[in-house]
Write a protein that binds this ligand. Structure first.
Ligand code: XMP
Length: 512
């Protein structure tokens, strides 16, 4: 059995981040509901317990409480924020109630490093978010660190290996936060740091098999990182019980459908059903030029086609999705924000309930970079694992205004040349996104001795960390020149190439 660190979830928005930080330390962690019995934790061989933060006050009537017996298991416990206050309350200290929460940065001063702050600086900038605070230490505890606002910001009972910290070590803004966690995991709990993504895969495979049994699973494959990794993982777990559906909406890039067929159908031997709905999409999009309307039509048509294809496949019990942890928070956090709608289109929202399908989301606890590592460990090629983002509505939002087969084909050819040059020069891997946009304006060009009026292609190449902000990439001039001359020479119907030099904000990455 893997050495397990139990993270008891008291409802903090950071619980998953704690689990992630533990994984970063190459230790296996599992999130448990806060009330999980001490017996269960013992039976599962837990070697340490982390009590997460949470939005409640320990004085609230319905404040989530752990099983008090966990303090008698003889395993180390680390209480973070609300977890610290719980320790104060349950282990006979005193906690004072506060009606307002204290947020933000503070300076932590360590008086005595102990094992938790071993080899760390004596003064650290840390991130706080708490209401109640401990005002009298529980029996057996000493205070080893304080902040301006809290005398008991870090407390320890070195004999029983109980630690409490007021700040959040898991958040990025807490200096040396991961080191504090690592000291707890390795220095206090004795964890071996031998857990890797391979173990995650083995563990997930067991979990998928148990959940799915002999049932049938379907998955909408887009070719993007998330659905690709989910497909490869689930396929490894249940083989032929998985069917993947790939919808060709006619808005894909050159060779995209063929690449999906080759990789998943031929290489992985996944039961892959490719549905060619390109004519239907184009028909529905005819004469539509408003970007939002285009998006809505594409989203609705996708769900329609997908649903129909599922009916023709026959009975299935599960719908698998490549939902990641940030998607989970996003859809909770932004409620009716349009971005959540984008996700729901992507994730075929509404379908599971209508079709009475259970959800299977094996990547739900992971962050994007972790998913990429899982993908690599499963043998997915670099081109898939590190693929640039591509919007669900595809080239539909990269041809400005109304769509036609001709415009899409011109864009496809131009974009292929751009990708080819980006790959050849290695720049593809350095930028956030690189793509072409079709502009439905005709400008004058000269071919041979003749003047002609042809379309304009814009190059959009950006650097970004998270797509919230972006800046245009300063590509070397010779590379831009090569891309431009290849597009104007090789793509009929294009006489001019322009470069988008706008940052986000005020512009967005996509043009529509
Ligand atoms: P913008 O254009 O808003 O794009 O700066 C930010 C990121 O989101 C991608 N994007 C989409 N992805 N469906 C998606 O799945 C969409 O409708 C969509 N619109 C934009 C865009 O490619 C960029 O990475």
């Amino acid at each position: 059995m893997a050495q397990t660190i139990a993270v008891l979830d008291f409802g903090s928005q950071y619980t998953q981040i704690i689990a992630r930080r533990v994984r970063e330390c190459q230790v296996y962690s599992k999130i448990y509901p806060y009330g999980t019995s001490a017996k269960t934790l013992k039976d599962e061989g837990v070697i340490g317990i982390i009590l997460s933060g949470g939005p409640s006050s320990v004085f609230a009537k319905d404040a989530p409480m752990p099983d008090k017996e966990i303090f008698k298991l003889g395993v180390p416990v680390l209480g973070i924020c609300y977890g610290l206050q719980l320790m104060g309350r349950l282990l006979s200290g005193k906690v004072s109630r506060s009606d307002h929460r204290e947020y933000g940065k503070g300076v932590l001063t360590i008086k005595k490093p102990g094992r938790l702050f071993s080899k760390l600086p004596k003064r650290l900038t840390v991130w706080n978010s708490h209401g109640d605070r401990v005002i009298q230490l529980p029996k057996g505890f000493t205070a080893i660190g304080s902040t301006e606002n809290s005398e008991y910001a870090v407390i320890e009972d070195a004999k029983r290996n109980f630690y409490g910290i007021q700040f959040h070590p898991e958040v990025f803004h807490s200096e040396c936060g991961v080191d504090v966690l690592k000291n707890f995991l390795v220095g206090v709990c004795g964890a071996k740091q031998d857990w890797s993504m391979k173990d995650f895969i083995a563990h997930s495979i067991d979990g998928i098999r148990t959940k799915v049994g002999k049932s049938r699973v379907i998955l909408g494959l887009s070719g993007g990182v998330d659905s690709s990794v989910a497909a490869a993982l689930i396929h490894r777990a249940i083989g032929k019980q998985l069917t993947c559906v790939f919808v060709d909406n006619g808005l894909l890039r050159k060779g995209e459908r063929e690449a999906v067929e080759k990789l998943y159908g031929k290489h992985f031997r996944i039961d892959l059903r490719v549905v060619d709905a390109s004519k239907l999409f184009l028909k529905k999009l005819k004469d539509v030029s408003d970007p939002e309307t285009k998006r809505k039509i594409i989203g609705r048509t996708f769900v329609e086609v997908f649903e129909k294809s599922l009916k023709s496949i026959g009975h299935a019990d599960f719908l698998a999705q490549g939902t990641l942890y940030p998607d989970v928070i996003e859809s909770v956090a932004i409620g009716n924000n349009p971005a959540a709608l984008i996700k729901s289109h992507h994730n075929v929202g509404g379908l599971p309930a209508r079709m009475k399908l259970k959800l299977l989301e094996p990547l739900r606890e992971l962050f994007k970079d972790e998913v990429r590592r899982v993908g690599s460990a499963l043998g997915l090629p670099k081109e898939v694992v590190w693929r640039q983002p591509f919007p669900g509505p595809g080239l539909g939002v990269r041809v400005m205004g109304s769509l036609s087969a001709e415009k899409l084909e011109i864009l496809r050819q131009a974009d292929f040349i751009l990708q080819d040059e980006m790959m050849n020069s290695g720049w593809y891997w350095k930028v956030w996104q690189s793509f072409c946009v079709f502009l439905p304006v005709k400008s004058v060009g000269v071919v041979g001795d003749e003047r002609n009026y042809s379309y304009v292609i814009a190059l959009r190449i950006v650097d970004s960390i998270d797509a919230m902000t972006a800046d245009w990439t300063r590509l070397p001039f010779p590379l831009i020149q090569k891309i431009s001359s290849r597009i104007t020479n090789e793509v009929r119907g294009v006489s001019r190439v322009v470069m988008d030099v706008s940052s986000k904000p005020p512009a967005t990455i996509e043009w529509e």
